[in-house]
Write a protein that binds this ligand. Structure first.
Ligand SMILES: [Zn+2]
Length: 78
């Protein structure tokens, strides 16, 4: 069974892994308390549902690290 997590778009808050409706309710509650003048936003993450278990952020993180190493290398040559 897939579980859902909602991340706040305004601060670093994320709900625990929950059923979709519960995760949405938690985020709405969070916005009502912390960001009462803003409509609920942010991002939803989905986990589970069988198979895969990939790491979507890992590739981007590795790429960023490689770019950083190249920039440092180029800077060192001057
Ligand atoms: Zn927030």
């Amino acid at each position: 069974m897939a579980t859902f997590r909602n991340a706040c778009g305004e601060c670093g808050y994320t709900t625990p892994w929950l059923a979709e409706s519960e995760a949405e309710r938690r985020l709405v509650d969070h916005y009502a308390r912390r960001h009462p003048h803003l409509p609920p936003g942010g991002a939803q993450q989905i986990k589970g549902g069988g198979g895969g278990g990939g790491c979507g952020g890992c590739g981007a993180l590795a790429l960023g690290l490689i770019v950083l190493v190249i920039i440092i290398g180029l800077a060192g040559q001057k």
